[in-house]
Design a protein around this ligand. Structure first.
Ligand SMILES: *[C@@H]1O[C@H](CO)[C@@H](O)[C@H](O)[C@H]1NC(C)=O
Ligand SMILES: *[C@@H]1O[C@H](CO)[C@@H](O)[C@H](O)[C@H]1NC(C)=O
Ligand SMILES: *[C@@H]1O[C@H](CO)[C@@H](O)[C@H](O)[C@H]1NC(C)=O
Ligand SMILES: *[C@@H]1O[C@H](CO)[C@@H](O)[C@H](O)[C@H]1NC(C)=O
Length: 529
């Protein structure tokens, strides 16, 4: 998401209510004692307990337990600061729907912008997935999840093409002002009192499915999904997915009306769409779903964006199981839910087939070598493809992380070799190399800016101890002393970075450490000095 769009002075309701609590935007740019005792002397960055936005005893116990799991003092400090970051700083409001006092709501901000992204909030919740268990308690992670799912369902029913949203009216928090969106011309139209930004991104729809599947897998709470707006929200998602398979030209050649159009007055090509808001032309009959924007909130070059189609397929398949359970548990919805579950399974499978058919391309080989079949990042259905990867999830690199394929998959392994190669003619134009950090970046911050998020994904999708250790070392050594995960870091100069309050990236780092603890505990016993 987009840091450059936002001015300062956003109204942070929690901090305002707590009066004496510092604004975390500035707090997180300063160093605070006690420093960690390793060579990087990382700052302590958690707000004092009274200023934290949510308390979870399970999260606190895990942080304490990991003191003996992680040997390196700097690595431990980074974990201690980053893992609880969403709970510490980003749970802006929890409450109930005005029109249904049993419907829990949770408003989760991305961090330094006072708005809730579908993608970020689903992932912010995901960082606590390993601790999620059934509970109705007010202070439980389960309650936070349910509130996010209910609020996202409301957002999707109101504006299913949008990516980022305002506080719910019940919170009494004033909507944030998005100056950059002032010149936007968007079809379908939306209200700025409920929407912060309206970029249509297929992965935002997948994010709702993801947070739903995560909650259901950990709790098996089928009743919850039958009670509020989840079923209609799924219907809204399916309608967008089907509508966004519309090609650019009809069978007689005329230009078809696009269900979604977007233009913005901007100096950045990635902040608007080509062809006066239509985007690049899309061919007919691929079976893939279009996406106008990427998970970086940058526009796609070619609209058939493969990682989001992968992620959507994966979580649609999982959400179909929830829908089938709703059909079992609630007789008044049995017929509708069973029909939807079938439709969801079918679309998930047809997307998989479409990705295999249209998402794999042959790249030019080096001399004496015939070239590799790898996944394209984007295709257009006319034969053009973007061969690259971008740090934001869903990425091609992350495909095993979000469960689309196995990391041993040979097409994935070949794709991975290309993605993590910044030097050969077949490499990734957005792989950043340098003495400080080597990682995938993207056009959002631009060449030279490596994204620690991509380093984290590299670790999550690797079994190679040397690769994991080296990558972790680069992350620990490039926080500029702040002890938080930045959005991007200059690969030659770790003193130059963007965003220090990016809660998703912080949570993801914690999630990766927990994953390493279960897969490769000996790596957490190493020193990273
Ligand atoms: C979290 O706990 C502290 C005390 O340790 C308390 O002061 C604070 O109000 C709690 N925060 C919330 C959101 O309940
Ligand atoms: C409940 O109120 C919210 C906020 O006004 C609205 O978006 C939603 O559609 C309402 N839900 C129902 C079931 O009427
Ligand atoms: C069953 O679904 C209806 C909506 O069709 C809903 O109003 C009701 O609360 C659900 N019942 C249970 C027990 O979840
Ligand atoms: C797209 O292709 C399918 C067959 O693959 C055909 O049935 C349909 O009419 C085509 N639609 C357009 C708009 O060309």
């Amino acid at each position: 998401m987009v840091r450059t769009l936002i001015g300062y002075g956003l109204f942070l309701a929690g901090a305002a209510a707590q009066g004496f609590c510092p604004d975390y935007s500035s707090y997180s740019q300063q160093n605070h004692t006690p420093y960690s005792t390793g060579r990087y002397q990382l700052s302590y960055q958690r707000p004092i307990p009274a200023c934290r936005t949510f308390n979870s005893t399970d999260v606190e116990s895990l942080i304490t337990q990991y003191q003996s799991v992680i040997s390196d003092p700097d690595l431990y400090r980074l974990f201690q600061n980053s893992f609880p970051n969403t709970l510490d700083t980003a749970i802006k409001w929890i409450g109930y729907a005005a029109n249904n006092s049993a419907e829990e709501l949770t408003f989760v901000i991305t961090g330094d912008i006072n708005a809730m992204w579908l993608r970020d909030s689903a992932n912010q919740m995901q960082s606590y997935l390993s601790l999620l268990k059934p509970s109705s308690a007010y202070n439980s992670l389960a309650r936070l999840y349910r509130g996010v799912i209910n609020l996202q369902a409301r957002y999707l029913l109101t504006s299913p093409y949008c990516n980022s949203f305002q506080p719910p009216v019940e919170s009494g928090i004033a909507p944030a002002n998005n100056g950059a969106a002032g010149s936007d011309s968007v079809t379908p139209s939306y209200s700025a009192t409920s929407v912060f930004e309206c970029k249509y991104e297929l992965d935002s729809l997948a994010a709702f499915l993801q947070v739903s599947v995560n909650y259901y897998t950990a709790t098996k709470d089928a009743d919850f999904f039958g009670k509020f707006q989840w079923v209609p929200a799924i219907q809204a998602i399916l309608k967008v997915a089907n509508d966004m398979m519309t090609p650019t030209y009809g069978s007689d050649g005329r230009v078809l009306a696009s269900p979604y159009m977007f233009t913005r007055l901007t100096t950045r090509t990635t902040e608007t769409l080509a062809n006066d808001g239509l985007g690049s032309p899309v061919g007919n009959g691929t079976g893939l779903i279009r996406s106008a924007f990427r998970p970086s909130d940058d526009s796609t070059i070619f609209q058939l964006f493969i990682p989001a189609n992968m992620m959507f397929s994966r979580y649609l398949d999982g959400a179909a199981d929830i829908m089938a359970a709703v059909a079992q548990s609630n007789s008044s919805q049995a017929g509708v839910a069973a029909g939807l579950a079938g439709e969801m399974k079918q679309l998930a499978a047809s997307l998989k087939a479409a990705i295999a058919r249209h998402g794999i391309v042959t790249v030019a080989g080096n001399e004496g070598y015939n070239g590799d079949q790898i996944y394209a990042y984007e295709v257009d259905g006319f034969g053009s493809a973007a061969i690259m990867d971008d740090a934001n999830i869903p990425s091609l690199l992350a495909a095993p992380f979000f469960g689309y394929l196995d990391k041993a998959d040979p097409v994935y392994q070949r794709t991975r070799n290309h993605i993590l190669d910044g030097s050969s003619v077949n490499g990734n134009p957005y792989f950043m190399r340098g003495p400080a950090i080597n990682a995938v970046g993207g056009p959002h911050v631009g060449p030279g800016a490596a994204w620690p998020m991509a380093s984290i994904v590299r670790i999550l999708t690797s079994d190679d101890d040397r690769e994991i250790t080296q990558t972790l070392k680069e992350i620990v050594s490039t926080t500029d002393g702040l002890g938080l995960i930045h959005e991007s870091v200059n690969s030659f100069n770790p003193g130059q970075w963007t965003r220090q309050w990016f809660s998703w990236a912080n949570g993801l780092f914690g999630q990766m450490i927990i994953d390493l603890h279960s897969r490769k505990p000996e790596i957490l016993k190493q020193r990273f000095q």
